[in-house]
Design a protein around this ligand. Structure first.
Ligand code: SF4
Length: 1013
């Protein structure tokens, strides 16, 4: 179209066009404000807005849909109550992380769905730029927000008005064309979907009407603009709006308010960085994979994720969760700004506050609670949502220590029993072999180890597959036929949970009875196997061999004896024992599943004993029967500072330290650093963690405890999403995702590489990494210098920690290379064999136990305390021999799902298809309960009730039911969980010795839904 075509129609028509454009400018501005500014910020503006809508509806040049909308608006008759409620409705619709929301971003409705800052967002930004505009918004709001898109149209209209005034027809045509293009490409489908979503939200009638009007407005303008810029139009009379209508509309139309202009700027762009770049990051959640990943980023938008094969070509492969990272972490349900609780704890009512207010409040509470109850009353909860060098919980603890101290914790929820009990046998917990050793084994027994799902470093599955290909026999012992069993096992041994010790005893009995045990190994390296090798002063105590042969209790620990306990066939136990004794070398590898039982310590010690019995310890291709802790390289660490508070609780007992701190002692509760606690917990920092509710046992007990604000007085949570835990915070702070900051990540168990997480995009909304806001809290407390050690930012902190490590690990490259490459794989081949040094040079390298030998009998446990001194089977509470089985006959176990990393990703519904949240139950058990696959069942005990569909399968042992752990607790009005949060059913009673979490030992009953007992 040429300039003259407009010109030909004369000045009068241009006047009409100008008036039409003014109406568009005002209309888009008004609609933009409706979706960007909470109306009760100014009640009068709210009413003006209503009047302005009426004005727009009066514009008769539009379609009859406007009349419909207007009628609707008139019928709404906004009451004072509704105005009062409107702030809440606005927040629920557009800002707060609510389930029933109308996300105002185009990217959520188009293309990939749910994900912010993606290719759709990029295309919006590119269109802003192509039109010659640069966009700035001081709250890191994604540019495809409906309000910002409308505002952009308003800006185009405003500039078109100027072009008309200046008779710059070329510019005018360009601007009209850009409007038409933008509406067609972005707003038509988006506006319709957005309006539909808004209409579906209960109580959002006013906004639904505005959204509907906006849709009509957009559609109408698209048609009009089509005509205006039609190059070959024969009906130029339609090019212009009816003069009278325009004038009538102009007369009635009132500009409602222009608050947006305060914080959104569209200006002429100077330079456009449109180059796509690849940024190397790493998974930082508590996943055993620790993968290096490439992220394609363009103009601040995250377009794609793929494996970074340059570091370790053979083993790097993003799993299904990694491929869904964008949808998980850039999800529109993000917490967007600080929020302060306004209702009762757990009710989920919050109001938005500023960062400044939040920081002031934290500093005040730290000070006042310390003054009232002592520094010991402040606690940083166990959290692994960020499992990297810089993590909020460690940083918060650092600040509290600088401010006078805080209560410590020891243990972990992952490995309490294996880390705590292994040293009783071997002197330290480093009982693992590096995966490259698997290929040397002739037999591998994976005892509760499922690396196909937990990943456990890049090499675990790769090396197991290589061993299998070479001909190594693989046996999986697990109540469930896991993904690893399906992929690799020659035999699956479906044991009942907690009965592993009975199987171990029967295997030992069978081996010793057949004379297949390695007596020379036992004699040389061990104490406590038989009466001839008991530690001094314990000669008359139980030794393991005599225990096996019934010397003390008259019961030989035969396969028949164990079969009755474990649910396994006698012949299976016998064959397993023979295989293990006769195949050399053989690796018995413990996962972290069995040690999470109520008798976890004894299972750990029993597996260690079996490895000694067969002489596999310290041998290539063998194993210590231990876990997966090993030391390749030195760990990277932040500088340590000493906590003036010495008391430390087992992390699993934090709820006890709220409820009964005065009763907790070192003897009864594993308190370390002091005989007993000085104060109950009164303040909790729960940063990037879901232990506060979801991942701790007995959710209903914790809820009852936290609901009472006289117990814990102040809870701060920082997270990306409104998890079950953040719902119990007094103050919620919006955290950043792996895309929005830098960090350093090491793999589980000290694997042979180190990864760098580069920053891909600026933090979304008002989100901040904990380091930033803790620095500001430190400043309020005059501790900034001590907290930051003078470092200007977190990257500098990371570099300093790296340089310290580099002085000890000389092969590490410079920091710049490390950062640029996204990490480093150690080139020095380190083939780790646990306790090899002790076995090969025993005289000069004794074990780190008090005796210097492997202590199958532990003198440290022989005072009649929590567990016996020898590694014999001890029936567990909530095991199959517990009398409670009368009432609750099924054993419930959990596992790590492929669709989550612990509880991370549960909100990401894309991943639901990977693994359904359901109750696994054996066909025989299902038949007895008249349950058919797919029907909803209730699993319950005295602690609560969970309702999920049943999955009837032979892949689970009889008498055992199971569900993947980590589903986010979602109760109905009666408190029945509907998501499969298994911690509703788990016990908070700790394991006997190390006070660990026995979250696989739970007795439950199962019923068809609706059938009452
Ligand atoms: S979730 Fe774990 S295994 Fe999957 S990509 Fe991330 S780090 Fe790797």
């Amino acid at each position: 179209m040429s300039v003259t075509q407009y010109n030909k129609d004369g000045v009068e028509n241009l006047d009409n066009l100008k008036a039409w454009l003014e109406l568009r400018q005002f209309g888009y501005l008004f609609l933009a404000e409706c979706f960007l500014i909470e109306p009760t910020a100014s009640w009068s503006a709210f009413y003006k807005g209503h009047a302005a809508l009426a004005g727009l509806c009066d514009y008769s040049g539009m379609s009859t849909a406007y009349d419909f909308v207007r009628a609707k608006l008139d019928a709404l008759a906004i009451s004072a109550d509704e105005v009062e409620q409107s702030a809440k409705i606005f927040e629920r619709l557009y800002d707060a992380p609510c389930e029933d929301a109308a996300p105002p971003w185009e990217s959520v409705y188009v293309g990939e769905g749910d994900t912010l800052m993606n290719a759709v967002t990029l295309s919006v930004l590119q269109d802003y730029h192509t039109s010659g505009y640069h966009y700035r918004f001081d709250q890191h709001q994604p540019c495809d927000h409906i309000g910002l898109e409308l505002l952009f149209l308003s800006q185009l209209a405003q500039d078109a008005i100027a072009a008309v005034t200046e008779l710059d027809y070329s510019a005018l045509y360009h601007l009209l064309e850009r409007q038409q293009h933008f509406i067609t490409k972005h707003l038509c489908a988006f506006a319709e979907a957005f309006a539909k979503q808004t209409a579906s939200v209960e109580g959002a009638a006013w906004y639904a009407a505005v959204a509907e009007l906006m849709t009509c407005f957009v559609m109408h303008d698209k048609d009009r603009l089509d005509i205006f810029i039609d190059k070959n139009t024969d009906n130029r009379s339609h090019m212009h709006p009816d003069k009278h209508d325009v004038l009538r509309a102009e007369k009635q139309f009132v500009i409602p308010f222009d608050g947006i202009k305060r914080f959104v700027v569209y200006c002429k762009s100077e330079s456009i960085d449109s180059v796509k770049k690849t940024v190397v990051v790493a998974g930082i959640n508590n996943c055993g994979g620790a993968c290096s990943l490439n992220v394609d980023v363009q103009m601040g938008k995250v377009l794609n994720i793929s494996p970074n094969t340059s570091l370790s070509a053979a083993h790097t492969k993003a799993c299904v969760r990694g491929n869904a990272y964008r949808n998980s972490f850039l999800n529109h349900k993000r917490i967007k700004y600080p929020m302060l609780r306004v209702g009762d704890r757990g009710d989920g009512n919050y109001k938005r506050i500023t960062w400044d207010e939040a920081i002031t409040l934290i500093a005040e509470k730290m000070t006042s609670i310390k003054a009232a109850y002592g520094a010991e009353s402040r606690y940083v909860n166990y959290a692994t949502g960020v499992s990297a060098l810089m993590r909020g919980n460690a940083l918060a603890k650092r600040l509290l220590i600088l401010d006078g101290g805080c209560l410590n914790y020891h243990n972990s929820y992952s490995t309490a029993c294996i880390a705590g009990a292994t040293p009783y046998t071997f002197g330290n917990k480093l009982s693992g072999h590096s995966p490259d050793d698997y290929i040397h084994s002739e037999l591998i027994i994976l005892w509760g180890h499922n690396p196909a799902a937990t990943i456990f470093g890049h090499e675990s599955m790769v090396m197991l597959q290589a061993a299998k290909a070479k001909g190594t026999k693989i046996i999986v012992i697990d109540p469930r036929m896991t993904e690893t069993a399906v992929a690799l096992a020659d035999e699956w041994v479906p044991i009942k949970p907690t009965t592993d010790g009975a199987l171990i005893d029967a295997m030992a009995y069978t081996i010793v009875e057949a004379g297949l045990h390695d007596q020379a190994f036992l004699d040389r390296y061990c104490i406590g196997f038989d009466g001839l090798h008991m530690p001094e002063g314990s000669k008359n105590a139980e030794n393991y061999r005599d225990y096996l042969f019934g010397v003390y209790d008259g019961q030989r620990k035969t396969p028949a004896w164990a079969a009755a306990i474990t649910g396994l066939d006698e012949s299976v136990i016998h064959r397993l024992a023979m295989d293990y004794a006769k195949t050399k070398p053989a690796a018995l590898i413990q996962g972290y599943g069995p040690q999470r039982n109520a008798n976890g310590e004894q299972i750990v010690r029993g597996c260690n004993m079996l490895a000694c019995l067969t002489g596999n310890v310290g041998k290539i291709g063998g194993s210590s029967g231990g876990g997966l802790y090993l030391r390749y390289n030195l760990p990277i660490m932040m500088p340590e500072i000493e906590n003036p508070v010495k008391e430390s609780i087992p992390c699993f007992l934090w709820t006890d330290a709220i409820e009964r701190a005065a009763d907790m002692t070192s003897a009864s509760d594993g308190i370390m650093g002091a005989h007993q606690l000085k104060a109950p917990i009164k303040m909790i920092f729960n940063l990037a963690g879901n232990i506060l509710i979801n991942q701790h046992s007995d959710i209903n007990r914790t809820i009852k405890l936290l609901k009472d604000p006289s117990k814990v007085e102040f809870i701060v949570c920082s997270d990306l999403f409104m998890t079950p835990s953040t719902r119990f915070a007094d103050l919620i702070l919006p955290g950043t995702s792996m895309f929005e900051g830098e960090n350093i990540r090491a793999p589980w168990g000290g694997g042979n590489y180190l990864l760098y997480v580069n920053q891909c995009i600026e933090p979304l909304f008002e989100c901040r990494f904990e380091y930033d806001w803790l620095t500001e809290v430190a400043e309020r407390l005059n501790l900034k210098e001590a907290f930051t050690l003078g470092a200007p930012n977190m990257t500098e902190q990371l570099q300093r920690a790296y340089e310290v490590l580099r002085t000890k690990e000389s092969e590490l490259p410079t920091f710049d290379v490390f950062k640029r490459e996204g990490g480093y794989v150690y080139q020095t081949v380190k083939h780790v064999i646990a306790y090899r040094e002790q076995i090969e040079s025993f005289e000069t390298h004794p074990f780190e136990t008090p005796s210097g030998k492997i202590e199958l009998y532990s003198p440290r446990l022989d005072s009649g305390g929590d567990i016996p001194a020898i590694p014999k089977y001890t029936p567990a509470f909530e095991g199959p021999q517990d009398p409670q089985t009368e009432k609750y006959p099924y054993q419930l176990v959990g596992w790590h799902s492929k669709r989550r990393t612990h509880s991370t990703h549960d909100h990401n519904l894309w991943l639901d298809g990977v693994e359904d949240q359901q109750l696994w139950i054996h066909p025989e058990d299902a038949r007895q309960l008249m349950i058919v696959g797919g029907e909803t069942v209730e699993i319950y005990n005295d602690r609560g009730c969970v309702r999920v569909p049943a999955y009837v399968t032979e892949r689970i042992a009889r008498g055992v039911v199971g569900m993947a752990q980590g589903g986010w607790y979602r109760p109905d009005s009666k408190g029945t969980d509907l998501r499969g949060a298994m911690n509703v059913l788990t016990t908070s009673r700790p394991t006997p010795l190390v006070k660990g979490n026995p979250q696989h030992s739970n007795l439950v009953a199962v019923r068809r839904c609706g059938i009452q007992i």
